[in-house]
Design a protein around this ligand. Sequence first.
Ligand SMILES: Nc1ncnc2c1ncn2[C@@H]1O[C@H](COP(=O)(O)OP(=O)(O)OP(=O)(O)O)[C@@H](O)[C@H]1O
Length: 229
Amino acid sequence: MKAIEVINLNKSFMTGKEETTVLKGLDFSVEKGEFVSIMGPSGSGKSTLLYLLGGLDKPTSGTVQLDGKDLAQVSKKAMSKLRRSKIGFVFQFYNLVQNLNVEDNILLPIILDGKNPKKYEEKLTEILDVIGLSDKRKATPRELSGGQQQRVAIARALISEPDIIFLDEPIGNLDSKTGKEIMELFRSINRKYGKTLIQVTHSQSAAQYGTSIIRLVDGEIVEHSKITA
Ligand SMILES: Nc1ncnc2c1ncn2[C@@H]1O[C@H](COP(=O)(O)OP(=O)(O)OP(=O)(O)O)[C@@H](O)[C@H]1O
């Protein structure tokens, strides 16, 4: 089963009168349960691709299908719902709300979605256990280390039980030991819960935690390979 299908995807940006083509006719698919690393030099189009896959930006032409749905055909309202329920995002700089404690940060997508957070009590406890922060429920972000803050961001991405989680340089801001721990957490989320993960990374060692690599150079795919353990 395909989680994502990309067909002849193009993306250009206008800067003044200049048009820059950043993604050039990409074709690929991602199976459910894969953990894909998008790699490539700075400026090759990795983040642009990730944002198109997650519906945060629109292609200039071509299609992105998520779970068989062409994102261009999805209404704005349905897209926001899709983003809140089917898709999770984790960014390099955790993006936590500083004056909310750990559990409220994790429950934020639920509250924003108009759901009753009380119904998520059990799920929250389970996720706090998975991320190893059961004893920090009431702490605020500034009382946590960078690695712990990223764990909270991961928990927030997991709470609505999305099928696909997009990671933009998720360990780019962490020391190597903490980065390893976070990558191990992603690997277990991928293996244990069968979530599809798509990460943008500069790190070859971070990519080794995944199942395949897509390498971009100048907006084109130069490699799409499986990682053999
Ligand atoms: N909103 C935008 N408007 C104009 N140009 C943009 C925009 N977003 C990205 N670009 C350009 O598209 C190109 C690719 O950017 P992108 O951020 O996707 O690269 P990247 O591979 O993720 O780079 P890095 O590894 O440095 O984060 C760059 O030349 C960038 O300047």
